[in-house]
Design a protein around this ligand. Structure first.
Ligand SMILES: Cc1ncc(COP(=O)(O)O)c(C=O)c1O
Length: 402
């Protein structure tokens, strides 16, 4: 399988990949966790389908679009160690996660949802709207002393009213990798539906849904995977699918039969719509192919080494606090500079051509509150990130710290 057999990423290989990435020529990009930089080939896949649509007619270009849709589905399945029928192509992380959540059906007073402290704010908002209407509750699972979600604490909270366990695997506002597989073991043992928000994990880590023990996993195309904006993946475990009724369908996801009855599409594609950007799916297919060719083990190793080097050098700057939690760390490096507002830090660096993120409490409200934080600066790395780029970021920060 390409994910395991590709050669490790040498400096020369990184240079070659950067040469094939138009955005890497002009900017010093440390916002790969917001959205990364697509390759020239991914852009070309998008342009050429738009061209096909323009020349043949958008509907008439549908044969190529269908082939590319199925190619993206198959590659996404390979990326997650799933079956193609377990994959829906979506328009982002939240649309997939939200569609699966809405498909869980009616909630009852007293139903409980257990979430990690780092749950993505959009998922929390979605759950809260439903829970408030139904009289259900949302409760945070305690974290261990490192800040990671604690599987033992989860086990101690369970009873027969728990209808969902939701985990954000790699939180947006910190370097933590939550123990998703250990949480999955608890969920499986008790037969409780388990959703993983893998928006930041897809394309950054090797992912094996069987090993994670999840029923649903969502991801975004534009982040570590370097796919286009407006793309995402949704995995739904085959045996879990019958428990989900989409909140709405269309002529693609549930065509009416001769008797006028809707017939739900067999696989996770029941969460797709007839209308979608076929050009973006072509781009997504290319980005998936590239990630698999580079190899997810290689990508993870390179991101880990780069992020650890960045963390060590950041921590050595007077006034910088690196806001890490957990034992295992991702490529998302959150930090603050004493006495300086993260938004101003972001702006000052941008003026020097260095792009970082700055995230508010709304992204991970429970965790930000627990840490007494309202805003963080975030430098998120890719396997494309070089030492020279880290040097430019540190230089900018050292000047601000003076
Ligand atoms: C952990 C996590 N979940 C969900 C999202 C939202 O993804 P999307 O904007 O594709 O819905 C993000 C975006 O940054 C994220 O970091």
């Amino acid at each position: 399988m390409p994910a395991r057999t590709a050669a490790p990423l040498t400096a020369a290989a990184i240079d070659a990949l950067r040469a094939l990435t138009p955005g890497a020529q002009g900017t010093t990009h440390f916002n790969h966790g917001g959205a990364s930089l697509p390759s020239a080939a991914t852009l070309e896949a998008i342009y050429s389908h738009l061209q096909r649509e323009a020349m043949l007619g958008p509907m008439e270009a549908g044969v190529a679009a269908r082939q590319q849709t199925e190619r993206a589905r198959t590659l996404a399945a390979q990326l997650l160690n799933a079956q193609p029928a377990e994959i829906a192509l979506t328009t982002g992380n939240s649309p997939g996660w939200g569609a699966a959540f809405a498909a869980l059906g009616a909630w009852q007073p007293g139903d409980r949802i257990l979430v990690g402290r780092h749950e993505w704010g959009g998922n929390l908002a979605t759950m809260r709207l439903t829970a408030q209407r139904a009289g259900a509750s949302i409760e945070a699972i305690a974290s261990d002393s490192s800040g990671a979600v604690d599987p033992e604490a989860l086990e101690a909270m369970l009873d027969d009213r728990v209808r969902l366990i939701a985990l954000t695997w790699l939180p947006a506002n910190g370097g933590l990798i939550n123990p998703a597989a250990a949480i999955g073991k608890v969920a499986r043992r008790h037969g409780i539906p388990y959703f993983i928000d893998a928006a930041q994990a897809v394309g950054q880590l090797p992912i094996d849904v069987a090993q994670l023990g999840c029923d649903v996993l969502s991801g975004a195309g534009r982040k570590a995977l370097r796919g286009p904006r407006g793309t995402g993946l949704l995995y739904v475990r085959q045996d879990f699918l019958p428990r989900l009724t989409p909140a709405f369908v269309d002529t693609y996801s549930a065509p009416l039969d001769a008797h006028g009855e809707p017939v739900l599409r067999a696989g996770a594609a029941r969460f797709e719509s007839a209308e979608a950007s076929m050009a973006l799916r072509c781009g997504l297919a290319n980005a998936l192919q590239e990630a698999l060719e580079i190899g997810l083990e290689n990508i993870r190793a390179r991101i880990d080494a780069t992020a650890q080097a960045l963390r060590a050098q950041l921590a050595a700057i007077p006034g910088v606090t690196v806001l890490d939690q957990g034992h295992e760390r991702s490529g998302l490096v959150a930090f603050n500079l004493a006495g300086q507002d993260p938004v101003s830090v972001q702006r000052s660096l941008a003026a020097q051509g260095v792009v970082i993120g700055s995230n508010g409490a709304a992204y991970t409200p429970l965790d930000m509150r627990a840490g007494g934080l309202s805003q963080i600066a975030r430098a998120s790395v890719s396997y494309l990130t070089t030492e020279a780029e880290i040097g430019r970021l540190l230089e900018g920060l050292r000047a601000l710290a003076r």
